[in-house]
Design a protein. Sequence first.
Length: 521
Amino acid sequence: MLLILGCVLKGTAQTPKLNSYPKATATVFIDFDGQAVRGSAWNWDGPIDALPSGFSPEAITEIFNRVAEDYRIFNINITTDSTVFFKAPAATRMRMIVTPTWEWYGKKVGGASYVGSFKWGDDTPGWVFSGLLGNNVKSVAECVSHEAGHTLGLQHQSTWSGACVKTQEYADGKGTGQIGWAPIMGVGYSKNLTTWHTGTSSKGCDKIQNDIDVIVKSNSFGLRDDEHVSTLTGATPVTLMGSEFTATGIINTNDDKDVFTFEVHSAANFRINANPQSIGPGNEGANLDIKVSLLNHRGDTVGRYNPAELLNAGVDSTLNPGAYYLVVDGVGNTNLNESTSLGYYAVTGSINQVLPIYKFQLTGNAGNNRHELNWIYEADELVKAVNIQYSADGQNFSNLVTLNTQTRTFSWKPNTQKRLYYRAQAITVVDERAYYSNMITLQPKNDQGIKLRSNLINNVIELTTGKEYAYSLMDQTGRLLQQGRINAGLNRIDVTTTQKGVLLLRLQAENESHSEKLIKQ
């Protein structure tokens, strides 16, 4: 029996020739140029003459980049070049036709494909109906990845009630902003972060589908080879060009970590930015949430860096002479499971002489609807002023206040309940150069009656809340241990299998989050 599945509906220049992994044999061809389809399983009502998509080269490139990142971990080539498609073996290729022509199908859906058709070998294509998706570039890209996933053997990721009643055919994920997430095989049009997922499929409340395992086991290709070792032994040396360096890689499994090594010959400022592959500001279209760790020559941790609300991470530290290791890892967050935080990344950085302003550290807390900020720094040059800056998105900052160099605290009451990002800026007297602290996030606290029975726990966390929250439990390194939801009233969270030591419980609802430090005895 043939099984056709589609992606949910949401509201001619020359096609650039693009390839994501040319050495791979398995190929998915995104066809934007129109196609005459004859003699396929789709031709129940005669020939189909699909019109070109009409997308510009810029739009095609963005769609390609989004889809390519979804499939980056696999040994498969995403291409827009028909000649590459025709060179691939018939049983390891798929044509995904992006077209406004949908009437022949008879249903207003975003796309359609046959489950498992990638291996049929008869060039039966998959479809994405761009006009029914409002010709929205992100929506079209999400649907291409989704429909191609069906051809590789995947069902929908669905949600079910405790009574085993399907509540959503297409799981829509959770969260907002940069870390808002949804499964590729659900519906991710409104989420920034869409990934493969392990969850209940549309086939039943007890049918767990691990998307990555299904793709690998149902087809002749597997995951791409790991480019960097996960241990200190054999770490990849960082190549310096002057004082600058760049390193790239792919986190392609839950256990994968990429380890780099470098040497500092005199006291130096070490600064990096680790960014997931994306197509625009705010890590748009990324699949990977990055954590970076800095270790000394003995393997002892110097620092771990993983901003809670951002997918990228950065390090700005003063290092003494010696050998160091940089470890890049994919991690989970409030919305994303660590096992599917996978994808391409690039690390750029510099190792320079110690800056005039160093150990510049900003901290803060929220209470009584006020934000309290504190900072420290050391300076080898005179500082003329310190500016406290804030941002609503973590990208575009504005000055909040200018303070004298003796001041080390600042308090104010924001006129919003939304999360705000802060950083401190020091201006030197000589050359009036600007130096920045780390960035933190705060929002006015509204505890909604959150009462924790005790911070010392054994096998159960007991707490009472005045409303429903999503919770995440992490260890002291930021690694996600478990997550779920709690209801208003008394809640008991079982942590029997969780390791002993310091734990962090994070509660999140719309426009608010709270953290509690726990010690499991």
